[in-house]
Design a protein around this ligand. Structure first.
Ligand SMILES: [Zn+2]
Length: 336
């Protein structure tokens, strides 16, 4: 009890010393989320003591990635020692959404022995529904679709690019690194964590002698400091030969202040994939790919540099979103 008292007086002192303004990451948070965080902060130390060391979900310093690495390294180590590893995977669909709340609350009550907190958690679990709304559509469950497909769709919504746009160009115009680049960088920062954070499940792991040099397990991954993650992603990002797209950057390219339709036209021109006669013909929406100027094949390149029907602009113009681009967009607006 003594300890509790001194603890709460320290907290009060700290609170009065600090400014009343909430930190920026908390001030934008939903009140319910903030409430949840407060409850977690209160009970996490007690709960931590009761969890098995193997549990990774929702624990500080642990992650699915770390858990997966722990597991693959275990298999790798077995391989090096000429042992066979057997694994049983159990995949529970929407596991956290289907937890029996009664049993969960009973477990929490046993651990923290505080009626008030348990009843607070109970109110948080009742009458709640979660979904993500994007472009007018609501998600059924966060597990329903593959993450990379969702990321591709999100990039298409942001940039207005069409489906046939090559993925590298789609991601470059959206200013978001592709999934493989993000995974690779994440692996490297995880390696840094493994080397420096003693809470990591593979911290201080002693690897067996290498039997085959060709094996590329987590031990061979290059370590990258978390604050270097952005520059690492940019280094991995493939530079395209398309001069209309600027060098890799995790930011939207010039032109983002344009009206939606103009922004979409600009990005389609950059990727050279738009609703030109050539594309519409491929989609069987037009009997031929002729341009109104008489050219047999109305491609994006044609209307950017050859067509006599409208103004022209260069890749450099598209890259920097110059006045020439604005004139070109004004002419081709609603046509591509
Ligand atoms: Zn033409």
């Amino acid at each position: 009890m003594e300890k509790d008292k001194s603890c709460s007086s320290t907290e009060t002192r700290q609170r009065s010393q600090s400014t009343k303004k909430l930190p920026s990451h908390l001030s934008t948070m939903h009140p319910l989320k903030l409430y949840e965080r407060m409850i977690i902060a209160r009970m996490s130390l007690t709960v931590e003591e009761n969890l098995t060391p193997d549990q990774a979900g929702f624990r500080p310093g642990r992650s699915t990635c770390g858990q997966l690495l722990n597991h693959t390294q275990y298999i790798e180590d077995g391989f090096e020692e000429k042992q066979i590893t057997g694994t049983v995977f159990v995949d529970l669909t929407a596991a956290y959404d289907t937890v029996n709340h009664k049993i969960l609350l009973l477990k929490v009550a046993k651990m923290i022995k505080n009626k008030k907190i348990v009843s607070n958690i109970q109110t948080l679990l009742e009458n709640r529904r979660f979904f993500v709304e994007m472009d007018g559509r609501k998600s059924r469950s966060c597990h329903a679709k593959k993450v990379d497909a969702e990321l591709n769709n999100a990039c298409r919504i942001v940039t207005g690019q069409l489906r046939p746009t090559p993925l590298p160009l789609l991601f470059r115009t959206a200013g978001i690194a592709q999934l493989d680049i993000r995974s690779q960088t994440h692996g490297s920062t995880e390696k840094h964590k493994q080397e420096t954070d003693l809470r990591h499940p593979l911290f201080d792991h002693s690897y067996p002698r290498v039997r085959l040099k060709s094996r590329k397990s987590f031990r061979t991954v290059e370590s990258v400091q978390p604050d270097q993650a952005v520059s690492h992603r940019l280094e991995l990002w493939d530079n395209t030969t398309n001069e209309a797209i600027r060098p890799p950057k995790e930011q939207l390219p010039p032109g983002r202040e344009l009206q939606r339709k103009d922004w979409v036209n600009l990005n389609r021109a950059r990727a050279k994939v738009g609703m030109t006669a050539s594309t519409l013909h491929k989609w069987k929406l037009k009997p031929n790919s002729e341009c109104s100027c008489g050219n047999q094949n109305q491609t994006m390149d044609h209307i950017l540099s050859e067509c006599t029907e409208g103004p022209h602009c260069t890749d450099q113009d598209l890259r920097d979103c110059t006045d020439a681009v604005q004139a070109w967009i004004t002419h081709w607006r609603d046509k591509i």
